[in-house]
Design a protein around this ligand. Structure first.
Ligand code: GLY
Length: 370
């Protein structure tokens, strides 16, 4: 099976996303053009990923030397203390301005490692090696890097594009099923937001893809990355169209906050439920066909994914509290909710000023099903 290349076209900051099997094993050949002669690379990872993949990366790098630092796994690492730990380690390893940092891991390590690279010596280059489906199709591409603050998630950060992304499809085989399906929530999002034919393809191929078919997985990652690359090239810093990538996220962030960013709801699970709710809202506003929300939910159900609020274990706050959490979202401008709505499957758009009443009605109905 061959390796696909998707170019993220950003002028002098353009880079390739390489997608395929066996990329870790050929990491040396892939990364070598970026590494100054006689220098090695500094790898940031977490303890779980290190146990699974660090030796393979070391072998794959061949003649390129490697030092590595494994951080505690989990979202708590993505804060000020974790950032200081990463940056101080890179400085202790004498990483210089022209060197390459490699972020080997999921979204936490990619975001944190990317931000450490952005601020180290006022910016060094970095390579993303995403190890989760969510990181391969979303967080490793597009240059959003950062950490969480006590005031909220991802509130401190920088746009810093990687120099290369290596998405090795074989690494997805080591993911627990729940994590894989959560990442699949972001894959479905791409079909829903901009490519109805891709959503058709996912309906037909999703179950085999989830069961482990590597060729189908590679196509799904490639198509997702192509869509993200095209949107990021149009709007790198989210002044407009990049917000389309937030389909489902306003509902998702409220639900994540309500569940305390705990194991009760993974981010990709919240995105899937949020997409279903965004289609319910679009239909209630008379924007999309009657049958579209049912079709979205039927696919999520067929994949064994969380689809409704009833699928979230434990208590949820009421409508008013959920609306209150939505109003705290980064996407609120002057107290008005900015939603990504849809005219149909594959036809999302940014709606800047959504009335509260239909949002309340959708949430009330969704909560009554619990
Ligand atoms: N994850 C959304 C974005 O990269 O813009």
């Amino acid at each position: 099976m061959s390796i696909d290349t998707v170019r993220v076209d950003l002028g002098a900051r353009s880079y390739d996303v390489r997608i395929g099997r066996g990329l870790l094993a050929r990491a040396g050949a892939e990364i070598a053009p970026l590494v100054p002669k006689g220098r090695g690379v500094a790898v940031l990872t977490d303890e779980t990923v290190a146990g699974l993949h660090l030796d393979s990366l070391r072998d794959g790098l061949g003649g390129i030397g490697m030092v590595a630092h494994a951080m505690a796994p989990g979202e708590a690492t993505k804060g000020w203390a974790g950032l200081a730990e990463a940056v101080d380690w890179l400085l202790a390893e004498k990483v210089e301005r022209r060197d390459i940092v490699v972020a080997l891991g999921g979204g936490v390590i990619g975001d944190l490692g990317g931000f450490a690279a952005a601020i180290l010596r006022r910016g060094v280059r970095f390579v993303q090696v995403p190890t989760t489906l969510l990181a391969q199709v979303d967080s490793s591409v597009g240059g959003k890097t950062g950490i969480n603050s006590v005031h909220g998630k991802n509130l401190v950060g920088a746009f810093h594009q990687p120099s290369l992304v290596l998405a090795d499809i074989d690494l997805l085989a080591s993911l627990p099923e729940r994590d894989f399906l959560a990442g699949y929530g972001e894959v479905v999002k791409y079909g829903l937001l901009g490519d109805a034919a891709f959503f058709d393809w996912l309906e037909a191929n999703g179950p085999a893809l989830a069961a482990g078919d590597a060729a189908l997985r590679q196509y799904a990652v490639r198509r997702s990355v192509e869509m993200k690359a095209e949107i990021v090239a149009r709007d790198e810093t989210e002044q407009g169209d990049r917000a389309l990538l937030n389909l489902g996220h306003t509902f998702c962030h409220a639900l994540e906050t309500a569940t305390g960013y705990s194991g009760r709801l993974l981010h990709g699970e919240g995105v899937a439920i949020g997409c279903a709710l965004a289609f319910e809202l679009s239909q209630r506003l008379g924007l999309c066909p009657q049958e579209a929300p049912g079709r979205v939910r039927a696919h999520l159900r067929a994949m064994g994914m969380k689809t409704d609020l009833a699928d979230i274990p434990g208590d949820l706050p009421g409508v008013d509290a959920l609306i209150g959490l939505m109003l705290q979202d980064k996407k609120v401008v002057d107290g008005r909710l900015r939603f990504i709505l849809a005219r149909d499957i594959g036809a999302a758009f940014v709606a800047a000023d959504v009335a509260m009443e239909p949002v309340r009605a959708v949430l009330a109905e969704a909560l009554s099903g619990r």
